[in-house]
Write a protein that binds this ligand. Sequence first.
Ligand code: C2E
Ligand code: MG
Ligand code: MG
Length: 764
Amino acid sequence: MRDPGDKNWPDHEVDAFFDQIAAGGQDYRRLVERLPVIVYASELGEHGRWRYVSPQVEDILGFTAEEFKADPGLWARLLHPDDRQRALEIESEDRLGNRNTSPVEYRLRTRDGKTVWMLDEAVLEADEGGVPVWHGVLYDISERKNTEAELQRALSQQAVVAKLGEKAMQNGAPDSLMQAAISLIGQVEGVHSACIWEVGRDGRRLNLRAGLEEEALGAGRRVSAARDSHAGAALDTGEATIVSEWEGEQRFTMPPVLRTFGAASSMAVMIDGKDQPYGVLDVHATEPHRFSPKDAPFLQASANVLADAFVRHEADQALRHRVLHDSLTGLPNRLSFVDSLNGSLQRAAVSGSPVGILFLDLDHFKLINDSLGHHAGDALLGAVAPRLRAHLRPGDIVARFGGDEFGILIDRLADEEEAIAIADRVAAAFTQPFSMEGVEHFVSSSIGVAVARVSSERPANAEMLIRDADAAMYRAKESGRARCVLFDAEMRAGAMHRLETERELRGALDRDELALHYQPVVNLRTGEVTGIEALVRWQHPQRGLLDPAEFVSIAEDSGLIEPIGRWVQEQACRQALAWHEQRPDSRPLDVAVNLSARQVAHRDLPATVAEIIAKTGIDPAHLRLEITESVLVKESATAIASLEALNEIGVRLVLDDFGTGYSSLAYLNRFPFHALKIDRSFVDALGIEQERTAIVEAIIGMARALSLEVIAEGVENEVQLSELRRLGCDYGQGHLFHAAMPEARISRLLRDDALDYSGISPER
Ligand code: C2E
Ligand code: MG
Ligand code: MG
């Protein structure tokens, strides 16, 4: 039908149209009463009389036209309480003759209690008697309204998911994210409350993890949902599970907490996890039929946001743990220790109580690692960690710094003495042996202690305190290990110096700063030089020529001894060969090089030596390797195997510094030694101290019995020489003959035939 107000319709046509309708009579009425709307005429006011209402009113509202006409207050009574006031205000406004009344929307209750949305479009006209009468049409717009409401609900649900996603991106703790989810979902229209159930450790029960806190208060113990609840079903099926009406629900049991607020309907979805589901997100309404499958995507999306966030959080935590912990022992690592220490120092600045740290280093760990293998070393570290823990107070922190180094943080100390007492207690952790590969090993530790007294004027720095404890630990090592030492300022200088030396030593080989000095070994019967000992020196650019005492232990600790040792061996072999060539008619000089314990413990030693022999072409019978006695005390399997292998190669092994360790002569025959060197301290005492002279005599006697050559170190005077000769010592070296000297001097002496010692009368 064309709009009569359309400008394109000429006036005469409009007139014709109205005439047609007026002439229609019955037809017109039929038209009005067939349209899917209610046409009405009612008098103004809440209790205005309904003069006419078309019969469709019965289809739409369930009341007949007659009932409306008979009951003037009916319409007003049917108004939805929320719309009532607004609708009545508009209705009672006297807008007589006003054509611009805008349509009104309101809800009416039908006879059977349903709600329908009405659009009321009407004009107020006075009848012939002047009574104002509304002429209007009521459209049923429930469908549109419902669609709108659903759209609105979908939008608000989307907004919730978006907000939740945003919150999840902030990487908060799972608990705060769960709270956010509960509160956001709780704001969705029609939702009374939401809650999250977490799968319990047993994998069966669902424990209330978030939401319904107030409702759960009265429960006294942990609130849970049974596996045969709707939440359990969501978990088992992975599908959204809807309970439309708890009353009369047959399939699922109702979690008791839902009863406390009269839940009438619920919907649950699974929150997935990395390996297994995390739990269930559950929403509740106090009206029945509140949730439909249309709501499932929203709730599932929310649950997925949570699931993602939980998985990510777990990964973050794992990463964080990895970053802050040592994987071998599970202890915090240095990074984490420094963190804790900084915290303690900050608190100490306020509280004023001192903070102490212990720097603990296992003694001879490298030996264990090199000789028993890394597995044994790792096993030892793994066993040390819980022992340390067990010997400390619960609040103290034990961390592994790396290698065999551990740090212990003691918060709130009384004083230095307490720190020492704690260190002693920690040391006691080592009184019992450690079992490694079925064998019991005793391991000791050296502990450095540093205590900081912090104040706001004197702040302390974690790294500095650790360095102090480290320096004290070094002092403990130097003083013979298996002890604890409290840091003092003098040590700081020592530690700095050591660090600096190590740094410089790293480049020393490449810069060609290392050199060998040689000390001749004299046959004490003839005065003839039969060998030379190679002794390493470091030509330091600033500090001048350095003796091994200044850098060999640093080289050992830093591992630099390996490349340095190889260089020494090769250099000494080449030099010996050069001297052989210089006097081809004489017996070749034996060349001796020193090996430190760490080198001997290294599995590769025999291979390295064999390689150097092959490379230089020296006859292995002329190469001597000097090993200090301490290597034997350990009696490690690798060391013994190495010595056997070296013996096979044909090099001669010399036991150096004999008498300074604890090895008994009796046990020397277990090792393939060719010679032993009596330590200088015994030679010093010769002819002066009766007792030590007797020991030297015994050593020489025993060596003879074992067919070992004997060499005396540090022969400085004639008295010592004659005593040694009297006791039957074969060889000697010392300042009486020659000090260690550079290659050039030896070469010159050899050329001049002035190397041999002339102070011995050949007749003896
Ligand atoms: P060592 O093997 O016992 O060497 C003997 C030390 O005594 C040498 O000191 C030598 O110069 C010194 N000496 C020799 N005769 C006398 C004497 O009559 N009186 C006195 N007072 N001293 C004498 P040096 O060269 O300082 O070496 C010290 C230690 O350093 C050596 O003790 C050795 O254990 C170690 N060492 C030297 N070179 C090397 C090397 O290339 N590798 C390794 N691993 N250690 C080395
Ligand atoms: Mg030596
Ligand atoms: Mg020696």
